[in-house]
Design a protein around this ligand. Structure first.
Ligand SMILES: *Cc1c(COP(=O)(O)O)cnc(C)c1O
Length: 416
């Protein structure tokens, strides 16, 4: 129909369930995107749905064994209203810095149900955590010594667990955080000695933490990693000569971000865990058992809304230029751990139920070619002033993007 070179569309990731349309507009929690932007007063805007957070937790609890406790890793999304909502829904919170300790205190979470993992904890962070009664997941022998010395100086009994660097990882998981040389945890063969040492020093021993990967969509891979986790925990506890009061089995539950991704079968994961729990060894039989999740709990409940400020053509390709970008959505731009850039789920919020008509590139407002939100997306025809919605924005969006870059500043955030 035109002389423009034929451009092949690149698929978009799957839009998560739970979103609606009203007069053609995307709705989140029953309100249109335009109404939400008006409420926030500006774009770009992250909108999170309380209803979707609650539904996700309810479904997860129904699929998991009753015995399992669920922690929320707050680095996925620490927007205060979300943090408060999550704190009320889950059994415990996982933090990874002194800054996150301040955040959980600000929402009034009991520090007794908080654990603190992460390499490179500074003395001031150890001290604040010990004084508050937060459990430290120790990442090294050195950290153990510093924690014991600080606790002695404070005259307090520290709550200590040991994070293990397991000798396996979740197959095909998104981000490698275990298996081989790693900055996380203590190598499995050195853990029994460390456990005996900290128990001998009089700590309040809180068991072990084994995190073997992230963003897994394959239930069988997760089932296998969880089985390996229980075997490893039993082996180490037996070598250390004690039963574990707690075991944090890690997480790794993924969500579909990209074309072809399919949701994790949590029913399968829960059923396999139920079987394992029926035959736990003595070292684990009395343990409180935890999983810790970030993106699975909050990722699909968030949308990033950004407004189109320009529409231009270059060498036959159309560019929709928005007022948002990688400074809020680093992962959607393809620059947060991805090897090959693929498109997140994205839509024109003002024409949510319209048929696709044209192939366009959606970019951000930053002066760098890295700032892309969708390549060659097949979308309804959009005008300047329309809103673009990027889905799966509830985790590692605002909390994991360089919002100070180019003086842009943070996006607005809203929990509805
Ligand atoms: C980041 C992190 C999590 C959460 O990861 P998700 O992929 O968001 O579920 C859980 N545990 C630890 C130790 C982490 O570092």
């Amino acid at each position: 129909m035109s002389d423009a070179p034929a451009i092949k569309p690149k698929p978009l990731g799957p839009v998560p369930g739970g979103y609606g349309a009203e007069n053609g507009q995307l709705t989140i929690g029953g309100e249109t995107a335009a109404a939400l932007v008006e409420r926030a007063g500006r774009t770009p805007l992250f909108v999170y749905s309380r209803n979707m957070l609650e539904e996700r937790m309810a479904k997860l609890r129904a699929a998991m064994p009753q015995r399992i406790k669920i922690n929320y890793a707050i680095k996925a999304n620490s927007f205060q209203p979300v943090l408060l909502a999550m704190s009320n829904l889950v059994d415990g919170l996982d933090i990874a810095s002194g800054g996150e300790l301040d955040m959980i205190r600000a929402v009034g979470t009991d520090p007794g149900r908080v654990s603190f993992a992460g390499p490179g904890k500074r003395d001031a962070e150890l001290e604040a955590a010990i004084a508050a009664g937060v459990t430290l997941n120790l990442e090294s022998e050195n950290e153990a010594e510093r924690a014991l010395a600080i606790a002695a100086r404070l005259g307090q009994t520290p709550c200590l667990a040991v994070r293990i660097n397991p000798d396996f990882e979740i197959k095909g998981s998104g981000m490698k955080m275990s298996g081989g040389p790693k900055p996380f945890g203590v190598d499995a063969d050195r853990v029994p000695a460390l456990v005996r040492h900290i128990v001998g020093a009089g700590c309040d021993f809180r068991g072990m933490h084994i995190f073997s990967g992230s963003q897994a969509l394959d239930a069988e891979a997760l089932v296998e990693a969880q089985a390996n986790t229980l075997v490893l925990a039993d082996r180490i506890a037996s070598e250390a000569g004690l039963a574990l009061p707690k075991l944090n089995m890690g997480g790794g539950f993924g969500i579909p971000y990209f074309p072809g991704d399919t949701p994790l079968d949590i029913g399968r994961v829960g059923a396999a865990l139920e079987e394992r729990f029926a035959e736990l060894p003595d070292t684990l039989a009395g343990a409180e058992l935890f999983i810790e999740l970030g993106r699975y709990l909050v990722g699909e409940a968030g949308v990033y809304l950004t407004r189109i400020v320009d529409r231009k053509v270059s060498h036959g390709e159309t560019f929709l230029v928005t007022d948002g970008g990688l400074h809020h959505q680093l992962a959607a731009s393809g620059n947060f751990g991805q090897v090959v850039r693929r498109n997140y789920p994205l839509a024109i919020a003002d024409r949510f139920d319209a048929a696709p008509e044209e192939i366009v590139n959606v970019v951000g407002c930053l002066c760098t070619p890295l700032d892309r939100l969708a390549d060659r997306a097949h979308l309804p025809c959009a005008e300047v002033g329309d809103l673009v919605a990027v889905f799966c924005a509830g985790a590692y969006g605002a909390s994991a993007s360089p919002s100070a870059f180019l003086g842009q500043g943070p996006a607005a955030e809203l929990l509805v």
